[in-house]
Design a protein around this ligand. Structure first.
Ligand code: FES
Ligand code: FES
Length: 258
C-alpha cells in the first residue's frame, strides 16, 4: 500500500523519558525510525525562531526611518478665507480641516464615507470630506459648519435644529446641518431624489417629509433624533432663500453650480 503523504509516522516517547532522549518513531508501515532531535531541543529552537521573527521588523524599523512624503502646495478658500499651505498629498480634506487647521466643527465618525458626520460643502455641493483628498479640491470653495453663521447670527438651519430639538448628543449635528443646507439648494435647482414622483418636472422640488428623509439618508444619527431632524430641515427650508443658500450666495453663481 502507498504510504500517506501527511502524518507519515507517529511519535512514541522513548522509555528513558520524553524530553531527554530522541523520540522513537514508528512508520505507519510498522518499520521503526528515530527522530533526530529531542522534544526539548525542538521547543527551544522554535522559541528562538519566533523571537527572531518578532524582533526583526523592529530592528529593521530602527535602521530605516519612516519615509516622509514630499509636501505639495495647496490653495483653498475655506469659509471665505483664502488659504495657501503645503500638505502631504495623502491628507484627506477632513484631516486637513481637523488636524492641520484645527477646525474641529466637522466631525470624524466612520472615516469611511458611511455616516455623513464629516459633510462639508465644496463649491456648494455636499461631500464626505473623509473620502476626499485635500489636493483634489485645489482652488475650491469649502464651507464648513464654522462658516454658516454670519456676523454672530446663526444660519436659519442652525436655528431650526435648536428650535426643533434636532439632536441629542450633537456629534452628528454639524454634518446634519451642513447637509441640510446643501439639500435646500439641490431641491431648489430641481435635482430629483429616489422618491421624487415626477422626474420630468423642472423647477424647484417640494420638500415633503419623504423627500427630506431620503435626501438626508446619508447622514446617520446614532442617537436616533430623526423626528427632530426632519422637523428642523422642514423649518429651515421655509426660511428666506437669501439666508439658506449660503454657499451659492458666496459664489454668486447658484444656477451654474446646480
Ligand atoms: S466620517 Fe466621513 S462619512 Fe463618516
Ligand atoms: S445627536 Fe447623537 S449622533 Fe446624532
Amino acid at each position: 500500500m502507498k504510504p500517506e503523504k501527511s502524518l507519515p509516522c507517529t511519535a512514541t516517547p522513548s522509555q528513558d523519558g520524553p524530553d531527554s532522549q530522541p523520540a522513537t518513531m514508528e512508520l505507519r508501515s510498522g518499520a521503526p525510525c528515530e527522530w533526530p532531535v529531542t522534544r526539548r531541543e525542538f521547543v527551544k529552537g522554535a522559541g528562538v525562531a519566533m523571537g527572531a521573527a518578532v524582533l526583526a521588523p523592529t530592528l529593521a524599523g530602527q535602521q530605516k526611518p519612516e519615509r516622509q512624503a514630499r509636501k505639495v502646495a495647496l490653495s483653498l478658500t475655506i469659509n471665505g478665507d483664502k488659504k495657501q499651505m503645503e500638505v502631504d498629498p495623502r491628507t484627506s480634506l477632513l484631516d486637513l480641516l481637523r488636524e492641520d487647521l484645527k477646525m474641529t466643527g466637522t466631525k470624524k465618525g466612520c472615516d469611511h464615507g458611511q455616516c455623513g458626520a464629516c459633510t462639508v460643502l465644496a463649491n456648494g455641493r455636499r461631500i464626505n470630506s473623509c473620502l476626499a483628498l485635500a489636493l483634489a479640491h485645489e482652488g475650491d470653495e469649502i464651507t464648513t459648519i464654522e462658516g454658516l453663521a454670519q456676523g454672530g447670527d446663526l444660519h436659519p438651519m442652525q436655528q431650526a435644529f435648536l428650535d426643533c430639538d434636532g439632536f441629542q448628543c450633537g456629534y452628528c449635528t454639524p454634518g446634519q446641518i451642513v447637509s441640510a443646507v446643501g439639500l435646500l439648494d439641490e431641491a431648489k435647482g430641481g435635482a430629483p431624489s429616489m422618491v421624487t414622483a415626477n422626474l420630468t418636472q423642472t423647477g424647484p422640488i417640494e420638500l415633503t417629509d419623504a423627500e427630506i428623509r431620503e435626501r438626508m439618508s446619508g447622514n446617520l444619527c446614532r442617537c436616533g433624533a430623526y423626528v427632530g431632524i426632519v422637523a428642523a430641515v422642514r423649518q429651515g427650508s421655509t426660511a428666506s432663500p437669501a439666508h439658506t443658500s449660503l454657499a451659492f450666495a458666496q459664489n454668486g453663481d447658484a444656477d451654474a453650480a446646480l
